[in-house]
Design a protein around this ligand. Structure first.
Ligand code: TYC
Length: 107
């Protein structure tokens, strides 16, 4: 047998029968970097390597994607980890005198 059964599903009340698992993954969040005209490229590459544990090659690719597309995803995390990344990245940029901004978006 395959498919959902009565013990692990919820039945919708409308005519369309859909099933929802009771054991859903917690929501994940994209941590997004925004482009600006002032933050130096090498600072952004360093920041991506440090805070998102990326290689020089991948950090450079992500930075250039942000530079040309206006924004880019640096990583996907559970809510509290994403919140900490955003806070630390924005703090680091601000303390260093750069306007770079980081935000999170639910997936
Ligand atoms: N656009 C910046 C420059 O030309 C580089 C940059 C990339 C800034 C990514 C912010 O999130 C950013 N120096």
């Amino acid at each position: 047998m395959s498919g959902p059964n009565a013990s692990d599903t919820l039945r919708d009340t409308d005519a369309t029968t859909t099933f929802k698992s009771k054991t859903q993954e917690p929501p994940s969040y994209k941590v997004v970097l925004l482009n600006d005209d002032f933050t130096p490229m090498d600072f952004v590459v360093d920041l991506i390597m440090t805070f998102f544990r990326q290689s020089l090659e991948d950090a450079t690719r992500i930075m250039l994607n942000v530079h040309y597309e206006g924004r880019g995803v640096c990583g996907i995390y559970p809510r509290e980890i994403a919140e900490t990344k955003v806070f630390e990245v924005n703090n680091h940029a601000h303390r260093s005198g750069h306007p770079l901004k980081c935000l999170m978006e639910q997936n």
